[in-house]
Design a protein around this ligand. Structure first.
Ligand SMILES: N[C@@H](CCC(=O)N[C@@H](CS)C(=O)NCC(=O)O)C(=O)O
Length: 202
């Protein structure tokens, strides 16, 4: 299978982390949709990345569907609990929280790269504030635990890691570690994983 993505996209990073953690063989192809010759719309009608192309040509999107599909391919590890409905919901909720951080951080990024006179400060403030609130919630929920959910790594950990990597990249001024030292310590542990090292933006 082939994962189409870019090194800056947090959604792509989430999908890559899932494939890498589960040691699922794949080729990683960099093809940002913003490039004029991008082929992404040939596969994904939404023109977005990540897009996972299976060997028979099936295109899997978006990142949540890719994560769920990939997780069923093997049990090493299981990243989304299969039988415990509440644990499964909590993992998917961590993913939703992390995706929401990514969504708002992407809005802020898109505003900031517009010409200064066209930037909407109210939109920046709204989404910057959403990230601030979501980070506080994540830190509070995480507490001193080693993992977002249960006693092993889950999709929640990978999604949150990806969101934080994106904040480090695009909101470098944000001192989220200072505000939430427990999140910083957890992130430092996650950052030592070979998957996270392999999927960092260049
Ligand atoms: N909800 C989607 C979001 C994907 C997304 O918005 N990807 C961005 C890159 S960060 C993209 O492809 N943007 C190009 C576009 O929308 O034209 C997911 O989780 O995969």
């Amino acid at each position: 299978m082939k994962l189409i993505g870019s090194n800056t996209s947090p959604y792509v990073r989430k999908a890559r982390l899932v494939l890498l953690e589960k040691h699922i063989p794949h080729t990683y192809v960099i093809d940002p949709p913003s490039e004029p010759n991008s082929q992404v719309t040939r596969f994904n009608p939404l023109g977005r990345i990540p897009a996972l192309i299976l060997d028979d040509g099936t295109c899997v999107f978006d990142s949540a569907v890719i994560a769920e599909y990939a997780d069923t391919l093997n049990d090493t590890p299981i990243l989304i609990p299969r039988h415990d409905a509440l644990a499964r919901m909590r993992v998917k909720r961590w993913e939703a929280l992390a995706d929401g951080i990514m969504d708002s951080a992407v809005v802020v990024r898109m505003e900031r790269i517009r010409p200064a006179e066209k930037q909407e400060q109210a939109n920046i403030d709204l989404h910057y504030g959403t990230v601030t609130r979501a980070l506080a919630h994540a830190a509070e929920q995480l507490g001193q635990r080693e993992w977002c959910e249960g006693d092993s790594i889950s999709l929640g950990d990978l999604a949150l890691t990806s969101a934080l990597v994106y904040l480090n990249l695009r909101q470098a001024e944000r001192d989220w570690r200072g505000a939430h030292p427990n999140l910083g310590a957890w992130f430092d542990r996650m950052s030592k994983r070979p998957s996270v090292k392999a999927a960092l933006p260049e």
